[in-house]
Design a protein around this ligand. Structure first.
Ligand code: NAD
Ligand code: NA
Length: 396
C-alpha cells in the first residue's frame, strides 16, 4: 500500500515501515561511527521500541556488541492494518542485529503485569543466564497495579494553582495562551503510581530474587528537569512528583544491589520530540525554541546522541560515574547551560504565531514528529508500494 501520515491531535495514526527502518539504520550508523564502548554484554531494555529506550537498545547492541532483550507495548501489523512505529522500529532493529550476529529477542505486552515479568525472567534464564544492565524507559499514561488490579491514570497538571502560559499547536503553528487547572491529591498519587519508581523496583526485585542479575549489574531509568518556564506543569507538577519518586527509588534499588556490587542510576535527559513529550502542554513551544538555540550553538542532540554520550562518557568510562548533588547523571547539561537557557527565556517572551517560524525551530519540531512515525525520512520513497506486514524475527 501507499502509506501517508494521518494526524489526529497529538498523534499520527499511521506509520511507515521503511521510514522507521531507515531511522533505525541511521541510529545504528551513528553509534558505529563513534567507535566501541566497553559496555554491558547482556542488556534488558524495558520500553525498548521508541525514544530513549530504543536508543539504549541500539547503543548496547552496536556500541558494545550486547545481546539484548526488549520489552514494549506496540500494535502489530496485519494484512491491511499498519503497526505502530515501535513495532516497525523493533523489526528493523532485530533484522540488523541478526545480520550483525547479535542476539536480540523481544516481548510485546504490558510491562507492568506479572505475566510479562514472568515471561521475561524465563527468557533470560533460558538464553542469557544473567543481565548486566537493565534500562527502564517506559512512558505510559496508564498502569494497572498487578497486586490490587486497580488501573491508575497519570495526568499532566500543575499542583496548587492554575498554570497560564503560552503554548503552540505544532501542526498549525498557532501560539496561544493556555490555562491548566490544578490537580487533585488523587491525581498526584495516580501519576506517581504510573510514572514513579514502583514498577522499576518490582522488576529489579523479581530479577534479583531469581538470581538473574550479574555481579556489578547496573540499572538506569530516565528523568527530566527542564527550565523554570515549564516547572509548574512539569517538574513541580504531577509528573514532577512521579520523577521525584523515580529518583528516590534509584537509592532504594542501589541499596538492594550493593551486595552484588551493582548500582542504580537515574539519568536526566534532554527535552526531545517523542510520542510522550508531544502530549505535554507548553513543552512543544519550549522544545522548538530550545532546538533553534542548540542547533545555532552546534550542540543539538537527538535520542541516539544522548544515549551514546550517556554510555561512553558517563556509565562506561571505566572510572566513577559522575553525578550531581542529588546523585543523578546529567546529560541534559548542554540544554541546561546558562547561556542556552537565557536565550530560550528571551525568545519565549517574544514568541508569537507570526514570528515563531523564524525565532523558533518549528520546522525541526514538526520534522522530528513526522520522523517518529517514519515519515519525512531522507532517502525513503514514499510513493513506492510498501508492504505493511512486517515480522519481528525474535518476538516471543
Ligand atoms: P516513548 O514514548 O518514545 O517510549 C516509551 C516506551 O515505553 C515504548 O517502547 C513503549 O512501547 C513502551 N511502553 C509504554 N507503555 C508500556 C507498557 N505498559 N508495557 C510495555 N511497554 C510500554 O517515550 P520516551 O520519551 O523515550 O520516554 C522514556 C523515558 O524517558 C520516560 O521516563 C520519560 O519521562 C523520559 N524522558 C523523556 C524526555 C523527552 O523529552 N522525551 C526527556 C527526559 C526523560
Ligand atoms: Na523509550
Amino acid at each position: 500500500m501507499i502509506i501517508e501520515p494521518r494526524m489526529r491531535g497529538f498523534i499520527c495514526l499511521t506509520a511507515h515501515p521503511v521510514g522507521c527502518e531507515q531511522n533505525v539504520i541511521n541510529q545504528i550508523n551513528y553509534v558505529k561511527s563513534k567507535g566501541k564502548i566497553d559496555g554491558p554484554k547482556r542488556v534488558l531494555v524495558i520500553g525498548a521500541s521508541t525514544g530513549f529506550g530504543l536508543a539504549s537498545r541500539i547503543t548496547s547492541a552496536f556500541g558494545s556488541d550486547a545481546s539484548t532483550i526488549g520489552i514494549f507495548f506496540e500494535k502489530p501489523s496485519s494484512p491491511g492494518k499498519l503497526a505502530t512505529p515501535g513495532w516497525y522500529n523493533t523489526a528493523a532493529f532485530e533484522k540488523q542485529a541478526q545480520e550483525a550476529g547479535l542476539y536480540a529477542k523481544s516481548i510485546n505486552g504490558d510491562a507492568f503485569s506479572n505475566e510479562v515479568k514472568e515471561k521475561t525472567l524465563a527468557l533470560i534464564k533460558e538464553d542469557l543466564g544473567q543481565i548486566d544492565l537493565v534500562v527502564y524507559s517506559l512512558a505510559s499514561p496508564v498502569r494497572t497495579d498487578p497486586t490490587t488490579g486497580i488501573t491508575h491514570r497519570s495526568v499532566l497538571k500543575p499542583i496548587g494553582a492554575p498554570f497560564k502560559n503560552k503554548t503552540v499547536d505544532f501542526h498549525s503553528g498557532k501560539v496561544t495562551e493556555i490555562s491548566i487547572d490544578p490537580c487533585t491529591e488523587e491525581d498526584i498519587q495516580n501519576t506517581i503510581k504510573v510514572m514513579g519508581g514502583e514498577d522499576w523496583e518490582m522488576w529489579i526485585d523479581s530479577l534479583k530474587t531469581a538470581n538473574l542479575l550479574a555481579p556489578n549489574a547496573l540499572t538506569i531509568a530516565y528523568s527530566y528537569i527542564g527550565p523554570e518556564l515549564t516547572e509548574p506543569v512539569y517538574r513541580k507538577g504531577t509528573i514532577g512528583r512521579a520523577k521525584d519518586h523515580l529518583e528516590s527509588t534509584a537509592f532504594t534499588i542501589a541499596d538492594k544491589l550493593s551486595d552484588i556490587g551493582g548500582n542504580a542510576y537515574v539519568s536526566v535527559n534532554k527535552a526531545l520530540v517523542t510520542q510522550a513529550s508531544s502530549a505535554i502542554p507548553v513543552i512543544p513551544l519550549y522544545i522548538s525554541l530550545l532546538y533553534k538555540v542548540m542547533k545555532a550553538e552546534g550542540i543539538h542532540e537527538g535520542c541516539i546522541e544522548q544515549i551514546q554520550r550517556l554510555y561512553s562518557e558517563r556509565l562506561y568510562t571505566g572510572g566513577n560515574v559522575p553525578v550531581d548533588e542529588k546523585g543523578r547523571i546529567r546529560i541534559d547539561d548542554w540544554e541546561m547551560r546558562a547561556d542556552v537557557q537565557a536565550k530560550v527565556a528571551a525568545l519565549w517572551e517574544e514568541a508569537t504565531t507570526e514570528n515563531l517560524p523564524s525565532i523558533g525551530d518549528l520546522e525541526g519540531y514538526s520534522n522530528d514528529f513526522y520522523n517518529l512515525f517514519g515519515f519525512k525520512v531522507g532517502g525513503v520513497d514514499y510513493t513506492a508500494d510498501t508492504n505493511e506486514v512486517v515480522e519481528i524475527p525474535g518476538l516471543q
